[in-house]
Design a protein around this ligand. Structure first.
Ligand SMILES: Nc1ncnc2c1ncn2[C@@H]1O[C@H](COP(=O)(O)OP(=O)(O)OP(=O)(O)O)[C@@H](O)[C@H]1O
Ligand SMILES: [Mg+2]
Length: 283
């Protein structure tokens, strides 16, 4: 198979860091830029991305409104008896899904579970871009680097960055290409407190050591939870609704756009022609 679709994997071995939320926003932002996008849920057991899209399709059916939506697939964990058979089946399904999307998509957005698994590791090895959302906590930092908490010195990489490094080697051997790893802070507190400053400084040091770029993050905003319930993203909100958008919604939308700017989709796929926008108002 000649690979043409650009694969963006959302990964972090820490649960609840915002992988599914950012994966959904990235997929819809790319669609709205005019790219063809497929989404793949490797966390089918929890199925957050799958449920998010289901709510979106329900909204579209109920309101007869057009919202751009990706082609979507989910891969379940294998039930085969032996570990070898499980891994072979999961690998076969992942490759099959990627081949399907490869023909019809510019970008494939993959959401992974917040735990280490064979399927998640394998998906990392196919990432052209890897995005790791993390919360502003030392628990999250600990997955990226081994830090001496007494003096905040970075001692070396830790489990997640070692795993990414291993997958980088596998990808290099497989097709000679690199993973562009981007770490983004999520649910950043609006307060410029001491914790915030220490994490900023540590992340800059770790980024050199572990080989990732830092993206401007997303703030802590209730709107993300509300939008999930409607199957919508910040990019679907229209300015001409009654009362207009709140300052928080405008800022949050800008944060999503900043993430897309950091991903640089135009470098991978050129500039796309934006689709014509539906005239119907979306609340
Ligand atoms: N920037 C944010 N502000 C406020 N809430 C957020 C933000 N990002 C995500 N959330 C909320 O945090 C929760 C976890 O987010 P999400 O499901 O995207 O994380 P995850 O990394 O995919 O989790 P898991 O590892 O369990 O799959 C959700 O309730 C989501 O709405
Ligand atoms: Mg998730």
């Amino acid at each position: 198979m000649k690979k043409t679709a650009h694969i963006i994997v959302f990964g972090n071995e820490k649960g609840g860091s915002g992988k599914s939320t950012t994966a959904m926003h990235t997929a819809i932002a790319l669609l709205r830029l005019g790219y063809r996008v497929g989404t793949l849920d490797l966390d089918a057991r929890q199925g957050t991305l799958t449920r998010y899209l289901k709510k979106r399709f329900d909204y579209i059916t109920r309101n007869r409104d057009h919202l751009p939506s990706p082609a979507h697939m989910a891969i379940e964990r294998s039930n085969c008896e032996s570990v070898g058979d499980q891994q072979a089946e999961e690998e076969a399904f992942l490759i099959m899904a990627l081949e399907e999307f490869n023909h019809v998509c510019d970008f494939v957005v993959i959401d992974t579970p917040g735990t280490d698994s064979f399927l998640s590791r394998l998906a990392h090895s196919y990432a052209d871009t890897l995005i790791t959302p993390m919360n502003d906590s030392f628990i999250d930092l600990d997955l990226l680097a081994d830090i001496d908490m007494k003096n905040h010195a970075v001692k070396g990489p830790s489990i997640y960055s070692k795993m990414v490094n291993d997958q980088r080697k596998i990808k290099r051997i497989r097709d000679g290409s690199e993973i562009d790893w981007i770490v983004m802070r999520n649910r950043v507190s609006h307060l410029n407190n001491n914790n915030n400053k220490i994490i900023t400084k540590l992340l800059e040091t770790i980024s050199d050591l572990a080989g990732f770029r830092l993206a401007p993050g997303f703030g802590e905003r209730v709107v993300f939870k509300e939008l999930f319930l409607k199957g919508m993203t910040l990019l679907d909100l229209k300015e001409d609704i009654e009362g207009g958008l709140t300052m928080s919604q405008i800022s949050a939308r800008q944060e999503v756009r900043n993430l897309i700017t950091t991903i640089k989709p135009e470098l991978a796929k050129g500039y796309a022609k934006p689709p014509t926008i539906s005239k119907k108002k979306t609340a």
